[in-house]
Design a protein around this ligand. Structure first.
Ligand code: BES
Ligand code: MN
Ligand code: ZN
Length: 530
């Protein structure tokens, strides 16, 4: 029987219909009677298998001697000890390679090793119909005990993600079970630290999986109203407030960017605002803005048909922001206020749609000549940025968007593009991304780029010509942030079809959720002067 509190927690964790248990265990690992017991083994030159378990050392002896299993990254070795070992209740045991001990000073590489190994473990488990898994926390990793538990938890949760909501169950096919119960066995680590790390990892990874769920939803399954619904449900459940700015209110406020992009869509736009107050009014406020474009056809400047279905992912920035708010609401950090804005609409062609040559007026009064209706992300973000900054006077602003194809040309699918007006904010984001295993790369801003988006007939135009497409897109946004320290993350290359990692399956990656959560945990915002 689950306690009520546990049960509620589980609902947060699981979005796939079943409920997942995640707990810390101090019992003897070999007495584990579930489906799969996992040990992590470091790659070493030594003669004996570096593992505390006698059973593992004995069973792996031959494989180790022959060099078949050496603890290399990506390696795993499965055995069934109960038949031969008296002192093992475990039915299946999986040894997973951690790889060579990285340079101890490179904590982020060590963290990533653990996530990757945990991802390998759950990938193997997926082929074995495992529903309960225990992972023994590795020792001597060079990391704090809490970090080991944090990263292992992240790898297990992120790696076992599946989205099969829309697949009908076939009677003649056996169903692939999901892992319902995970436990971490503390091994030689400090239980309190492990518990803390596990709890951090669980909140961040669960939020990233939730963002993947949103992104996996097709355009007709996740219209703008769903962002509003999700925001309101979050606010009911947690200490958060939610406000939805509807189309009529947008008209009154003069949000010509969101309204312009929405002109071709039959569905009303939404601007979802979530507010977390973890501090006094004088404590610093961080503002997050995410592009929630639920489908981007390009509008009148229609995109080519090939691969257009992927443009259902154009809401990944919005998903990252709103799901980071879920984790923040669960975590309740003190001394910080966070406000999140998600402007959301579709971008479709229609006789009512925005046309090239049209001029719109943004919330802050700036006029913009539309050269290409496919450069729509900046139009909806501009209103949200200007409005949010005026209303909430944040100390720093971060926006996230699948903004430009150009960022994929520049950085491929391996790094998120970062552009910022504030070095401290940029550095903090770079560090958070490295800790989370979601690296960023900073690109410049500057007056020469802003020059590229000057219009003959309006204050700005919405595209900047041939070169530096990602930077001119950022330069457009820069027009709407004033002097507030601001950073822009272009996640067009990393939001889906990311570099395949064991803990990032095909499809949407949930990118930037964990980076944002980590940033909030470490953020050095300035206190406001009273
Ligand atoms: N959502 C797209 C950017 C995008 C493209 C994301 C490919 C992921 C993969 C954005 O709205 C867009 O269409 N940008 C245009 C801008 C151009 C018209 C200046 C682009 O990048 O082609
Ligand atoms: Mn577009
Ligand atoms: Zn777009």
């Amino acid at each position: 029987m689950l306690l009520r509190r546990e049960f509620l927690l589980l609902i947060d964790i699981q979005q796939r219909g079943t409920y997942m248990i995640f707990e810390l265990n101090q019992k003897e690992p070999e007495m584990f009677s579930g489906d799969l017991l996992v040990y992590f083994i470091r790659e070493t030159e030594g003669k004996t298998v570096p593992c505390l378990s006698k059973v593992v050392r004995r069973e792996l002896k031959q494989a180790w001697k022959s060099g078949d299993f050496t603890g290399k990254k990506g390696q795993s070795f499965l055995f069934y000890p109960s038949a031969t070992a008296k002192h093992s209740a475990a039915y299946r045991v999986l040894a997973v390679g951690l790889g060579k001990a990285a340079d101890e000073s490179d904590k982020n590489a060590l963290r990533e090793q653990i996530r990757l190994a945990a991802g390998t473990a759950v990938q193997q488990a997926a082929g074995l119909k495992v529903t309960s898994l225990m992972a023994v926390l590795p020792e001597k990793t060079g990391l704090e005990d809490s970090e080991v538990a944090e990263c292992l938890t992240e790898g297990l949760i992120l790696g076992s993600y599946r989205f099969d909501k829309y697949k009908s169950k076939k009677e003649d096919q056996e169903e692939q079970p999901t892992i319902e119960a995970f436990s971490l066995q503390v091994g030689t680590l400090n239980p309190k630290a492990a518990q803390e790390g596990m709890s951090l990892g669980k909140k961040a990874a669960t939020a990233a999986c939730r963002a993947r769920d949103m992104a996996n939803e097709p355009g007709n399954g996740w219209p703008p109203a769903k962002f509003a619904e999700f925001g309101q449900r979050l606010a009911q459940k947690h200490k958060l407030s939610c406000e939805i700015i509807e189309k009529d209110a947008m008209k009154k406020l003069g949000m010509g960017g969101i309204l312009g992009v929405n002109q071709g869509s039959a569905l009303p736009p939404k601007l979802v605002i979530l507010k977390y107050e973890g501090g006094k009014k004088t404590d610093p406020t961080l503002m997050l803005v995410g592009k929630g474009l639920t489908f981007d056809s390009g509008g009148i400047s229609l995109k080519p048909g090939l691969g257009m279905e992927d443009m259902k992912y154009d809401m990944c920035g919005g998903a990252a922001v709103i799901c980071a708010m879920q984790a923040i609401a669960q975590e309740q950090p003190k001394g910080i206020n966070v406000v999140a804005l998600v402007p959301s609409t579709e971008n479709l062609p229609a006789s009512t749609a925005l046309k090239p040559g049209d001029i719109i007026t943004h919330y802050n009064g700036k006029t913009s000549e539309i050269i290409n209706t496919d450069a729509e992300g900046r139009l909806i973000l501009a209103d949200a940025l200007a409005y949010g900054i005026e209303k909430y006077t944040p100390d720093a602003v971060i926006d996230l968007a699948t903004l430009t194809g150009a960022v994929i040309v520049g950085l491929g699918h391996h790094r998120t593009g970062l552009m910022a007006t504030d070095d401290s904010l940029a550095d903090q984001l770079l560090a958070a991304g490295d800790r989370a295993g979601e690296p960023l790369w900073r690109l410049p801003l500057g007056p020469e780029y802003s020059e590229q988006i000057k219009s003959q007939v309006a204050d700005v135009k919405n595209i900047g010509g041939r070169g530096a497409g990602s930077i001119t897109a950022a330069a457009y946004l820069q027009e709407f942030v004033g002097d507030t320290p601001w950073a822009h993350l272009d996640i067009a290359g990393t939001a889906w079809n990311f570099t395949e990692k064991t803990y990032i399956p095909k499809g949407p990656s949930g990118i930037a959720v964990r980076t944002l959560v980590d940033l909030v945990r470490h953020w050095q915002g300035k206190k406001k002067e009273v």
